[in-house]
Design a protein around this ligand. Structure first.
Ligand SMILES: CSC[C@@H](O)[C@@H](O)C(=O)COP(=O)(O)O
Length: 377
């Protein structure tokens, strides 16, 4: 993806192994700032406060977090401590656990002296695979958009929620990969970007990256989505996923479920774009997905740029009003038209997922232990 016209990735290691560079997403869209993470603790902080966010980028950052841990200490105890600290940062995106388990499985069998180089190599491989998976999702999703375009004969009005774009991954995005692919293919489209309260990832991040890429888009209040569907202004919805259960239930940013309900009522196709590492084959249904509860302050306050151009935060609610902030919800598989994966489009069901990922068959039952902390996570 391009930022100010320059091809850029969301996370990059420094050549000397001293740090990784990220875009500080808490500063967007008003400031574009690169931040260096020089320890696993800094990587954990960046994930916790959402300097980096989005399921695949959380996984990639955690992988580099273990590489940074290896810079300091390569023994088993240090690696387990770093993995335990990183896994605590955000509970819903399964990519975090997936990346940490993959790193530990690769590193622990090696002699400590071999681990440093292997860790950087494995984290980079995770990033390269993410890019390739997202490009494949883009190709598969493009065919869905193309079919709608051919049937309709005009610009495709696509809606998305939160940010499942370039900024949520290493490159290209998941839900937005088909958008970029369609745009590059010359298909006329317009993207409805729902603001995504309380953190406004749609208004701040999706709008910013679409604007950087020149893709036509319009930001709407979350509450406008159902109205637009009723008026026939939405041809399809594509969202991302933080975790897809083995039966096709989908956890994604809070508010996704309401969009899926409105889509069903109005006959609007509702697709979920998710790469393999976002699928939790060990989890039977969405009922078991841990839903992150974030600080009430994200609801009671809102951040933006003031008239002087400074970044500022203001309070929305009365001083004494309590607030609740569940960060994700679960959309039942029955409301999902299809899952767009790197291996193709499938039904949101156990059969659909088994068809695309036959090698995961053995994982469809819960595993007794995880290498992180030596116990289940
Ligand atoms: C490709 S990212 C898919 C999801 O991670 C995305 O839709 C989302 O919900 C992100 O939530 P966030 O809380 O911003 O990390």
């Amino acid at each position: 993806m391009r930022v100010h016209g320059i091809p850029t990735r969301t996370i990059q290691p420094l050549a000397d192994g001293s740090a990784v560079e990220i875009i500080d997403q808490t500063r967007l869209p008003h400031r574009y700032e690169i931040k260096r993470l020089a320890s696993w603790q800094e990587a954990a902080e960046a994930i916790s406060v959402m300097r980096v966010r989005g399921a695949p980028l959380i996984g990639a950052t955690a992988a580099y977090g273990l590489a940074l841990a290896c810079q300091a200490d390569t023994n088993d105890t240090a690696l387990h401590a770093a993995a335990a600290g990183l896994i605590e940062t955000r509970p819903t995106a399964v990519n975090l656990r997936w990346a940490l388990e993959r790193m530990l499985s690769r590193l622990l069998p090696l002699a400590p002296g071999q681990r440093r180089e292997a860790a950087w190599h494995e984290a980079a491989a995770i990033c390269e695979e993410d890019v390739a998976q997202n490009q494949a999702i883009g190709r598969h999703g493009l065919e869905i958009i193309r079919a709608i375009h051919q049937r309709k004969g005009g610009a495709v009005n696509l809606m998305t929620h939160c940010n499942a774009g370039w900024l949520a991954t290493v490159d290209w995005g998941t839900a937005l990969a088909p958008v970029y692919a369609a745009f590059e293919a010359g298909i006329a489209l317009d993207v409805w970007v729902s603001e995504t309260r309380p953190r406004n990832q749609g208004a701040a991040l999706t709008a910013w990256e679409l604007e950087q890429h020149g893709v036509p888009h319009t930001v709407i209040a979350d509450n406008a989505a159902g109205h637009l569907m009723q008026k026939g202004e939405v041809d399809l919805i594509i969202v991302g996923a933080d975790r897809v259960a083995a039966n096709g239930d989908v956890a994604n940013k809070i508010g996704t479920y309401l969009k899926a309900l409105a889509a069903r009522d109005n006959g609007v196709p509702f697709y979920v774009a998710a790469p393999g590492p976002s699928i939790d084959f060990r989890l039977a249904s969405g009922a078991g997905i841990p839903i992150e509860q974030r600080a009430a302050r994200e609801v009671t306050h809102i951040a933006g740029r003031d008239v002087e151009g400074e970044l500022a935060e203001v309070q929305l609610t009365p001083d004494a009003s309590p607030a609740l902030n569940p960060a994700f919800d679960v959309t039942p598989a029955r409301l999902v038209t299809g899952l767009i994966t790197e291996r193709g489009v499938c039904a949101a069901s156990t059969a659909g997922l088994r068809g695309l990922y036959p090698e995961e068959g053995a994982n469809f039952i819960p595993l007794p232990t995880s290498p992180i902390n030596g116990g289940g996570v």
